[in-house]
Design a binder for this molecule. Structure first.
Ligand SMILES: [Zn+2]
Length: 202
């Protein structure tokens, strides 16, 4: 409607305007310019002032929000090097655990391990919820690495967790940061197996 009005207006002013089909993407200068303007308008609707419909507005908002989060997340990770930000220096496209069919109770333990929080002695002692940071069973420093690889209660399963990555041609894991840093689905599966079989709860 708007284009027809403009043609009528030109007509009233004595200019002759017609509409013709032009082959796209064949290097015609003004057609390429129009094509680019149209692409820009799809991105944010601002370039040529065409209001977007609700669905497109939602897409644009979602995309802009994601871009904003990505920038803020990246800034945060650079200024706050934690166990988790070292593993995920960028905002992932989707939740990593969407790719795995792992029961929720094991998944929760994996997430707590990634963050470095849980009911293991060193963390509880750090929060003043426990007087000692030593493992009850071994009297060694009860951190995550001890629970996964050194605790006498889980040793049989720790050995399996230690050896499985070797089958995939990877270096043997010596700590939990390394096994998650690998970011491999087969290794995450081995970790879930370890949690399930050992009965470890953190
Ligand atoms: Zn122990």
């Amino acid at each position: 409607m708007s284009i027809r009005n403009k043609i009528c207006r030109l007509d009233r002013k004595g200019h002759k305007a017609t509409m013709v089909w032009v082959k796209a993407h064949c290097g015609i200068t003004y057609n390429e310019i129009v094509d680019q303007l149209e692409k820009d308008s799809i991105i944010d609707g601002s370039t040529i002032g065409i209001p977007l419909n609700t669905q497109d507005q939602q897409l644009v908002l979602k995309r802009n929000l994601k871009m904003g989060w990505r920038v803020e997340c990246s800034k945060y990770c650079q200024t706050n090097p934690t166990r988790y930000t070292m593993l995920y220096p960028m905002l992932p496209e989707s939740y990593w655990h969407n790719n795995y069919k792992i029961p929720r109770k094991y998944l929760s333990i994996i997430i707590r391990t990634k963050i470095g929080h849980g009911t293991f002695p060193s963390h509880l002692a750090r929060l003043n919820l426990r007087s000692s940071d030593l493992c009850d069973a071994c009297e060694e420093h009860g951190d995550l690495d001890h629970y996964y690889f050194g605790c006498s209660r889980f040793l049989i399963h720790s050995n399996i967790l230690y050896n499985n990555p070797l089958k995939c041609g990877l270096a043997a894991p010596l700590n939990t940061a390394y096994i998650f840093w690998l970011n491999r689905s087969d290794v995450v599966f081995y970790i879930a197996q370890f949690i399930k079989n050992s009965g470890m709860v953190i």
